[in-house]
Structures are given as C-alpha cells and as structure tokens.
Design a protein around this ligand. Structure first.
Ligand SMILES: *Cc1c(COP(=O)(O)O)cnc(C)c1O
Length: 226
C-alpha cells in the first residue's frame, strides 16, 4: 500500500470517530511515526501530505531530519537522554517525552527559545513504560515554572497493547481528566491544551476520548521492511 492510500483510510476512520464523538477532524493532528521505515518511505509520507513526523530514537531522527528538514514538523516521541538534548534541540518542534526534572533543566539550558513539550504519563502503571504516575503530574508541572524555556502544551501517554476497548478507554479518560485539571489552573507556562494519545491499534478510541495528536506508525507507513 502507498502512504497516500493508508492516509486516506486513516482520515476516513478519523472522520468516523469524530462523528461518534461530536468532534471536528480539523482538531486532530496525525503524526507519522517513521521509526521503522527508510528515508524514502518517510519522504513519500511527506509528499502524500503528512506534515508531522515522529521519531523515537536519536539516530533515526537525525538521519531523517537531515534529508527532510523543514518540509516536516518534527516530534520527538521516545525516551530522551539528557546528554543528547543538545544534539536535537534546535531541530525539533515538539518533545513528547518530558518525564523528569533533570531533563527539563537540560532543555532549559540548551535552548534560547521556548520549547513545546508534552509531559509523558504512565497511566496504566506498567513497569515497562516511561512517564510519571498520574498522581505526580500536577506537582511536576507546577515545578516546571522554574524552567522558563519549557512550555507544557499537553500530556502524552502510551496505552497498554491490549484489545480490550474498556481498558483503553479508561487510560485515555484518565489522561483527559488530568489534562483538564492542569488546563484549569491557567498556568502561563502550561497551557496544556493537547492530548497526545492513540497509535495504530487504538487511535479511534483515543479520538473518541479526546486525543488531539495521534502517533501513527505501522498503519500509515507500514508494512515495515524486515
Ligand atoms: C512506535 C511508536 C508509535 C507508533 O506505533 P504504531 O503502533 O506503529 O502506530 C507511537 N508512539 C510511540 C511513542 C512510539 O514509540
């Protein structure tokens, strides 16, 4: 399948999920996750109209950025080591994986202009997943006022890889709720208007539960080459 064909299908599904939820498809940003595919396939995605690209590893990000550059809006969606911040900070538009003070401090130190960040939350509490516990989110974001270059534009989570729709819904609803709590604080440094949640297998449910940014890899740019 071409990326364009996959994109058409995904847009159909988004429209359907939005209708169910009484939402506007314009409010959903598709981030094409290119981590498993070649530069050529990532370029194909851009040419097919995917404006936002996401990478979860430093090497993959730098390689794709070098070839695609300003033609895309760049999202870093993976675990970010503090010592690598300086290598990417001027090239990325959004970081989805802010999950600790030491990282905030490093970002703050390495940039001149504000950086749009999503705070990553481990809603399901799985040990294998990164991110803050739900009950830590509010006080963590509060302390980020100490780092004037950090702008918290939203929250991000990865749901567990399950088919049980109710489990997925619970995860997405919990993130939505805490997002609203933060947003209602009216903190200058944390407008927190976005929800980055939903991947290939669960983005329709995520949209029904309020996602504004969905991160789609396999069903958009797949099948992955071995
Ligand atoms: C790989 C990845 C995705 C996309 O996963 P698919 O299931 O291929 O859509 C989304 N978010 C993060 C953080 C990822 O690492």
């Amino acid at each position: 399948m071409t990326v364009a064909e996959n994109l058409t299908q995904i847009q159909e599904n988004i429209k359907h999920a939005c209708e169910k939820a009484g939402r506007d498809p314009e409010d959903i940003t598709i981030i094409g996750v290119t981590k498993y595919v070649t530069i050529e396939r990532a370029i194909e995605a851009v040419h097919s109209g995917v404006r936002h690209l996401g990478e979860n590893r430093m090497e993959g990000f730098l390689e794709k950025h070098e070839n695609i550059g300003e033609q895309a809006i760049w999202h870093f969606i993976g675990t970010l080591q503090s010592r690598k911040v300086k290598d990417i900070i001027d090239k990325i538009d959004y970081i989805h994986s802010l999950d600790r003070k030491s990282l905030a401090k490093e970002i703050n130190k390495r940039t001149d202009k504000p950086v749009d960040c999503f705070v990553q939350v481990n809603v399901s509490g799985e040990e294998s997943k990164h991110g803050l516990q739900l009950e830590e989110v509010e006080s963590f974001i509060d302390t980020l006022q100490n780092y004037p270059k950090i702008r918290v534009v939203g929250l991000m989570t990865m749901a567990p890889h399950v088919d049980d729709e109710q489990i997925l819904r619970n995860v997405f609803q919990s993130l939505h709720k805490i997002k609203n709590t933060i947003q209602e604080k009216g903190w200058d440094h944390a407008p927190c208007q976005y929800l980055s949640m939903g991947m290939s297998n669960d983005y329709q449910v995520a949209i029904e539960e309020g996602a504004t940014h969905i991160r789609i890899g396999s069903s958009l740019v797949g099948p992955y080459e071995e």
